[in-house]
Design a protein around this ligand. Sequence first.
Ligand SMILES: Nc1ncnc2c1ncn2[C@@H]1O[C@H](COP(=O)(O)OP(=O)(O)O)[C@@H](O)[C@H]1O
Ligand SMILES: [Mg+2]
Ligand SMILES: [Zn+2]
Length: 390
Amino acid sequence: MEKADFIVDIGPGAGKHGGQIVTAATYDELISNDSMTTKYLKGEVKIKVPKIRRKGNGKKMSLLGATGHNLQNVDLHIPLGTFTCVTGVSGSGKSSLVNQTLYPILVAEIYNGVKKPLPYKKIKGIENIDKIIEIDQSPIGRTPRSNPATYTKVFDEIRSLFASLPEAQIRGYQAGRFSFNVKGGRCETCRGGGLKVVEMNFLPDVYVECETCNGKRYNYETLEVRYRGKSISDVLSMTIEEGAKFFVKIPKISRALETLNSVGLGYVQLGQSSTTLSGGEAQRVKLSSELSKRSTGNTMYILDEPSTGLHFEDIRVLLEVLQRLADEGNTVLVIEHNLDIIKVADHIIDVGPEGGKGGGKIIAEGTPEQIVKKFEKVSHTARYLKEELS
Ligand SMILES: Nc1ncnc2c1ncn2[C@@H]1O[C@H](COP(=O)(O)OP(=O)(O)O)[C@@H](O)[C@H]1O
Ligand SMILES: [Mg+2]
Ligand SMILES: [Zn+2]
């Protein structure tokens, strides 16, 4: 941003809280304004360096002798119960080590997965974790029918609630009646999609609102059943924020919606098609669904460059979630370049020193303070981190 000739800042928030040009100006003019972006640029809002680094639970996960791609017989030791960051320049071997060696080994052991890891000699400490979860920015579902409500399963609770209403009981409607995926309660013209595909010769398909249900996805009878005046279709059009307030008397539903709200998704509609969610939004839906599960305290979460595409403020929210997972005793393993994330980690594992053939080794390990103190000569990360910590 500092190097750009001109900056267009869009917001002020996200989703329906955004959509305006907040500032269009040079960097110096921008800075004199007040917005979420300038607050971070001016340092008025900052991600704080924690005073205490977690020591972990004393147990380790050790991957020995990794030699995939450019990895030079690497021994990786992850202190469990911490927030650990794997750093290093692009091409140094981080994804090869974590995503392509460690992750498939753990998936094979814990879930009988079949993806082959890159070559390695030995793995130790698997007995110390009971779940392994990778959280990336890929879509939460491949069809337009999946949405935040179905993915987090809160829609199951909402359908049960509708089926329990007197009006539904009199008519003999069960929860399935309120599904847009099966016959019965949905609009059959659009089969519950609310949209119809118009095939255009030589052009991409165009979607238009279904003229039978006007995009409401359900048939007339289903829409007559109302909870506090709202039909199941109205509920799908609510934002997560609105939904959390609307269902305040139904803890099972409001709690799940509060969790989605707490990861910064309050502005997203419950029924917003997953194919329209941004990568960062999909990532937060996945994290939210993890937060609402009963934590085993022995889960390992793996994230490869989760800050991609995120604003400073989004990173702050993301970090709160990751810290909560680690506070519950879980291990959070994050591959990152972003210094705001690196500086709050309990433990850093720096891969390098360079990319490709010049990399593939672990060149520095320790707390951020130790990295800065001991490895400034050998590690690029240490040099950049030094400015951040001072
Ligand atoms: N499928 C592959 N086949 C061969 N070389 C690869 C493959 N994937 C990555 N590499 C190489 O391995 C090195 C490390 O890559 P990677 O692990 O993706 O780095 P990082 O995640 O640190 O950016 C790079 O030199 C890259 O070009
Ligand atoms: Mg990578
Ligand atoms: Zn329809």
